[in-house]
Every structure is written in structure tokens, then in C-alpha cells.
Ligand binder design. Sequence first.
Ligand code: UDP
Length: 329
Amino acid sequence: MTVLVTGGAGYIGSHTVLALSDRGEDVVVLDNLSTGFRSVIPEGVELVVGDIGDRALLDSVMDRYEVDAVIHFAGSIVVPDSVTDPLGYYLNNTVKTRELLAAAVVHAVPRFIFSSTAAVYGMPEIVPVTEDTVLAPISPYGSSKLMTEWMLRDTAAAHPLNYVALRYFNVAGADPQGRAGQSTARATHLIKVAVEAATGARDQVSIFGTDYDTPDGTGVRDYIHVSDLAAAHLAALDHLRAGEPGGVFNCGYGHGASVRQVLDTVQRVSGQRIDVREEERRAGDPASLVSDPSLLRQTLDWTPQLDDLAVIVEHALRWEQRLRQRPTV
Ligand code: UDP
């Protein structure tokens, strides 16, 4: 029984691969290395370098391994890029996932776990956000993920394939043992940007909007530690293996931190002052995006272990310091 992880050389995928391999699962990674790194693949895990849209490759991997589950991370995730290149995003995130699903159906793969996103909710009016919140993505990125969720739902209804879609809130941090972290070039995510500034890799951090209707006027997000998120994938896998019905789950901690709170935490944990510039709001940013993770906690065997912003920041910083010394390849 092998778990096929697409995008397993990327940020969230690599932490999930580590968690799977730590507990002795057989894992094969399919990654085209467009944004992922070979060096984060642990020993004993085969990396197949290739694309999820390559049907012949998918068939050969699924012929070679008895795939018990697909955990599907591969995709494009930069929201502004999706606005300028919508068709590229629909191709990478939606069309190619259709190929992967078609191969999974033909090879009778029984389980599928999908990386979805809180972007499917767009700008929710009511926070915290439950899974029943109206689905109204405001970017091609969010739409491409929502279309994939629907494709998955319909495929699971028509074929013996059970699935879980996990809607991630703001993912941050790095492996507590320092084996993986976020290595993305051109990072735009707040914690990554802030730890880059704290380690001297950038001069300044912009605060996008200081006039939101939030306690300190800056945007509030639900930051979840990447290793807790990886653990949610394993919990989803166990749930499906136990024959339980799948579904869609929010992944967050259920409480938020503002931009200023994040920057203060990074300064405190690093002992470095960060030069901050206050700027206009960024288009499409909601004031507050916080999950209601009750369904996840009640349905899956998942309890957060790292629900502490200072811990998330500490791990992100440690990885960033390492990247400065030894860039990931
Ligand atoms: N943000 C910021 N400066 C940055 C990056 C982000 O002020 O350099 C803010 C952003 O407006 C939002 C929060 O930080 O309120 C989280 O943004 P991020 O891009 O990390 O994730 P998003 O919630 O947009 O997916």
C-alpha cells in the first residue's frame, strides 16, 4: 500500500511526506520541481519528477505501485498571478487534476485527499467561517480550487472513490526538527516575509491596510503551523482508511492574529527590529479570515500540537536562518 503525494517537494507537501515517512508509510512523490525542492524528500521516499497532467506518467506510476491513496498538493498558489494568468491557473489546478482523477478512477485508487483553500469563501461576511459559509471565490485561484472540489465530489459520487478536501487557512512555520520549511522564492505571505526581514534577506515589511475594522486596524488571519496541517492530512487518511465518509473540512485553529501582532511576535522571537511601512489595503483582502475548525476536530482524530504564534514564528525563523546559510536545492 503506497501513498502517492503530488507536490510532495513543495512546502505543505514536504511536511506531509515527512509525517507519513516518520510513521513508516510507503510514499512516492510526484513533483515537477517547478517550485519544489529535491533536497526535502526524505531517504526511502521515491521522487518521480514529472507533471500531474502527464497521463502516461500517472498510469505508469499507478501501474508500478498499489496506490492506496493520493494526497494531491501539486498546483499553483499565487493569488495575484492567478488574476493575470487565469487560464494557466485553471490548467494547473483544475484541468490537470482532472487527469489525476481520471487515472485514479481507472486504477481503482480508493482514497483521495485534496489541498483546498479558504480562498473558496472569498470575502466572507461572517467570521469564524464554517464549511457551510457561502462559496464565493474572488480570484481565479479560489475558483480553480473550488471547481476541483466539485469535480472531486461528483467523481466520488459516481465511482468507488472516497475523498477529503481540506480548506487551508494561513499556513506558516516549519518542521520542528528543521528538516523542511518554506523555501519559496518571491514569497508574499506575511510570516515568511517578516522572517526574511528579521534575518536580513529583505529591508522592509509593508503593512497592507491599517484602517480595517479590526482591533488594531490591520488584517486578521488564522495562522496554522504547517506540521499541524500535515497531521490533519494523516488524520484524513486514517479516517478514509477506516471506511468513514469523507467530506470538506476547514483547517485552522479558530482564532486569529493581526498583521501587527505577527510583526511584534517576529521582532520579539528574533530579537531584531523590523522596518515597517504602512501602505494601502491590498485588493481582495478581507479584514478578518478565521476558521471555525469544529468539524475537523469533531470528525477527524486531530488535535493541534503547535497552536502558538511564537512557536510558528520560531520554527519559521530557524528555517529561514538555515536557508541563509545553505540555500535549498
Ligand atoms: N500582509 C501584509 N504585508 C505583507 C503580506 C501580507 O500586511 O507583506 C497582510 C495581508 O494584507 C493580510 C495578512 O497579512 O492581512 C496575511 O496575508 P498573506 O499574504 O500572508 O495571506 P493571505 O491571507 O492573503 O492568503
